[in-house]
Design a protein. Structure first.
Length: 395
């Protein structure tokens, strides 16, 4: 058996895994217009197809939390990394909607499996060291997503989509495999107590829904989903801004999220988390609404002004929404009696189902009206977050 590594080294390795996780799964998002063109689909059809990853999400969320609790995190991380790489390559090469559907489901399952396993490790570290790191780790995930967006933006029209994802998938998979092996002595171990199997069954039978946490999580994360799904398409197709510059609002949104997540700890000594959540959710929602209304008034003739307005709007929105999702997950873990891996799975099941519905609503609103109107939906949702601020008491 390998010797355990010190907690500082462990934290650095976990940070690296979060970074590579974000880098890998978000690497194709800024190039969604190319993927949609390959499949020859409308906005509504493409958005509906992408949202089918929720099927894989649900399968993983129902099972992986208990598998991590019973068998440990190591093999779930290895399997998740492999399937993430395979699915990304497949999704960016195919021109078949049926083939795309198959691998978007596989990718959804792989994302949830890796998400549950790596966040369970984060909570395991947090419980052992008494250091609040979940929001910090989310910042490293967002850093990976940002770097991925910048690379994708720079390589648009220069490197073929398939070549780009082939190289990136292989590199990320090899690095993730190496890091998982190095951190394995400190990973969540299998529960070897005699009644472990009984307790796992009880936890599955005792599936509970924290309605307030589930509602709050849906409200705070939908903007991030919508920006990931539609920002690049919105700027390129609706605002008529072509080339790599169309990814700028998304990049700035992600950069602002990183800054917010990495610096939340500086605010906590002076402000309570519920105070910060209320102000940040209102700031984020109002910023997107103001930006979309402003560019609708300005029109697409002055492209420089449009990109400036959207860049400012998305930056403020990213900063405001940066720590909301991780904070809700922290509240969910604090309010539950179950192990963190099971909490993540349970809260994820209902959330993925709700996200699936809202993503369809956004996609078909975009098809029936415009992306400008569709993107207002998650912004308005953020304005209702203050009604759920009480879940952050005692967090």
């Amino acid at each position: 058996m390998k010797k355990s590594i010190d907690v500082e080294h462990e934290l650095n390795l976990i940070k690296a895994l979060f970074f590579l996780f974000g880098l890998l799964i978000m690497s194709w998002v800024p190039r969604f217009p190319e993927v949609k063109a390959n499949l020859r689909l409308t906005n509504g059809e493409f958005g509906s197809l992408v949202s089918m990853g929720a099927i894989g999400n649900l399968v993983a969320l129902f099972t992986v939390g208990h598998l991590v609790h019973k068998y440990g995190a190591r093999w779930m991380l290895h399997i998740g990394a492999l399937l993430l790489a395979i699915s990304l390559v497949s999704l960016t090469h195919t021109t078949s909607s049926l083939f795309f559907l198959l691998f978007i489901i596989i990718q959804g399952g792989a994302i949830s499996a890796f998400h549950i396993s790596i966040n369970a490790q984060g909570f395991f570290y947090q419980d052992r060291t008494k250091k609040q790191i979940i929001t910090l780790l989310s910042g490293f995930w967002s850093s990976g997503a940002l770097i991925s967006s910048i690379i994708a933006g720079l390589l648009v029209d220069r490197v073929a989509l398939g070549t780009y994802t082939n190289v990136l998938s292989l590199l990320c998979f090899l690095l993730m495999t190496l890091i998982i092996s190095k951190v394995s002595p400190n990973l969540v171990k299998a529960d070897e107590t005699p009644d472990s199997e009984h307790r796992a069954r009880d936890m599955f039978k005792g599936f509970t829904i924290d309605r307030q946490v589930s509602a709050a999580l849906l409200l705070v994360i939908m903007l991030e989903y919508a920006v990931s799904d539609w920002a690049a398409i919105y700027v390129k197709e609706d605002m008529k801004i072509a080339g790599g510059i169309h990814t700028l609002p998304y990049i700035l949104f992600t950069l602002a999220m990183i800054i917010g997540r990495l610096n939340l700890h500086n605010l906590l000594p002076r402000y309570t988390i519920d105070f910060l959540v209320v102000r940040a959710s209102l700031l984020s929602g109002l910023s997107i609404i103001a930006g979309i209304i402003a560019v609708s008034i300005v029109g697409t003739a002055n492209k420089t002004l449009v990109i400036v307005i959207l860049s400012i709007s998305f930056t403020i929105a990213g900063l405001g929404s940066s720590f909301l999702g991780p904070s809700v997950m922290n509240a969910a873990n604090t309010r539950s009696k179950f192990p963190s891996s099971v909490v993540i799975g349970q809260i994820g099941v209902i959330n993925i189902a709700l996200v699936f519905v809202v993503r369809w609503v956004i996609a078909w609103t975009a098809q029936a009206t415009s992306l400008s109107i569709a993107l207002l939906i998650p912004a308005v949702m953020l304005l209702t977050v203050p009604y759920f601020a009480k879940i952050f008491k005692n967090v």
